[in-house]
Design a binder for this molecule. Structure first.
Ligand code: FPP
Ligand code: MG
Length: 338
């Protein structure tokens, strides 16, 4: 059920590593990193240290890679792509700083969260600092599509987070409501990254739309896999605090499926456990009550379905190494442990 989106163990064995995948955009990704660091330079030694710490959260740089691969696969890369790549990574970093406050998380990418080191005020302000610089950078691009698109998308990120917080403790959350939340909080930035990559490369309207849809579907799958890891992943491999969805009483796809699958009495016990303080290890408490492995498997196969649909969108593009990389990104999203 949980095979990779592009079919079976053979494809998994043949899958290139991350470096091969990023080969078509290697030079531009380096320029993205340089611009990111140069733009966030500060007079304040405090800000400098914090920006350096937050940069450790960057990791996979999936969003800038998406801007660049979408551009390369549908036209010509420009300076605007490098700038937008740095900006989407900044927006992402700002959201993580704020998210770790909301989730009371302690670890991300194997290092302490800023809230764990300095309390809640500093990561909120640092997120705002990074976020302000992102829009200052965008104001340099004459074609205002990027600034308009990313302002709209940031609104959606915040809307998704607000809706998710307001849904805390609601054990009747439907799959449609869950999907709307993750589309806003996660998939919107993926969709914008791919859409803008195509737009600034001079792609046709049909290709821009196809890449935006690819990004949206990829983002939905990414968050479903993230939610499976939060429930069933290994904290060491993930390098971040897990179980926060349970401790924050946020219902995710595997838990919604679990409540639907078990009988009414068990479902009531699960709801009662989720409503109570799950203690230090809410995942262990839930595991002691019920085996949720089938629900994680079911959610992961839903993610695989979204990824197959995402890869199908790439048919709108001519064959190229960048298009191959975009298809391979889907496999990475499903197989990742962090
Ligand atoms: C990760 O969720 C969080 C997001 C994808 C979005 C967070 C957005 C905000 C907090 C709004 C703030 C906005 C700005 C512009 C500063 P998760 O907790 O499921 O992922 P995790 O497991 O990586 O923590
Ligand atoms: Mg979180």
């Amino acid at each position: 059920v949980n095979g990779p989106a592009r079919g079976g163990a053979a494809a998994a064995a043949a899958r290139p590593d991350a470096r091969t995948l990023l080969e078509p955009i290697q030079d531009e990704l380096k320029r993205v990193d340089a611009l990111y660091h140069e733009s966030l330079r500060s007079e304040s030694p405090h800000v400098r240290a914090l920006v350096d710490h937050a940069a450790l959260f960057s990791g996979k740089r999936l969003r800038p890679a998406l801007v660049l691969l979408a551009g390369r696969a549908s036209g010509r890369l420009t300076d605007a792509h490098v700038l937008i790549g740095a900006v989407v990574e900044m927006i992402h970093t700002a959201t993580l700083l704020h998210d770790d406050v909301l989730d009371h998380a302690t670890t991300r990418r194997d290092v302490p969260c800023v809230n764990a080191l300095h309390g809640n005020e500093i990561p909120i302000l640092l997120g705002d600092f990074i976020y302000a610089e992102a829009f200052a950078l965008l104001s340099r691009i004459e074609d205002r599509s990027a600034i308009a698109e990313l302002a709209k998308t940031t609104r959606r990120l915040c809307t998704g987070e607000i809706d998710q917080n307001c849904a805390r403790g609601r054990f009747d959350l439907t799959i449609d409501e869950y999907l709307r939340i993750i589309e806003d909080k996660t998939a919107a930035l993926y969709a914008s990254s791919a859409r803008l990559g195509a737009h600034y490369a001079g792609a046709t309207a049909a290709q821009v739309a196809a890449l935006a849809e690819y990004g949206r579907l990829l983002g939905i799958a990414f968050q479903i896999v993230d939610d499976c890891l939060d429930l069933a992943g290994d904290e060491k491999s993930a390098g971040k605090s897990l179980g926060t969805d349970l401790s924050e009483r946020k219902l995710t796809l595997p838990v919604i499926r679990l409540i639907e699958r078990v009988d009414a009495r068990k479902a009531e016990e699960v709801r009662r456990l989720l409503a109570a303080d799950g203690g230090d290890d809410p995942r262990a408490a839930l595991r002691a009550l019920v085996d949720f492995a089938p629900d994680v498997a079911s959610a992961r196969s839903t993610a695989a379905r979204y990824l197959r649909e995402a890869v199908a969108c790439l048919d709108a593009l001519p064959a190229s190494p960048a298009r191959v990389s975009l298809a391979d990104v889907a496999g990475f999203v499903l197989d990742r442990e962090r």
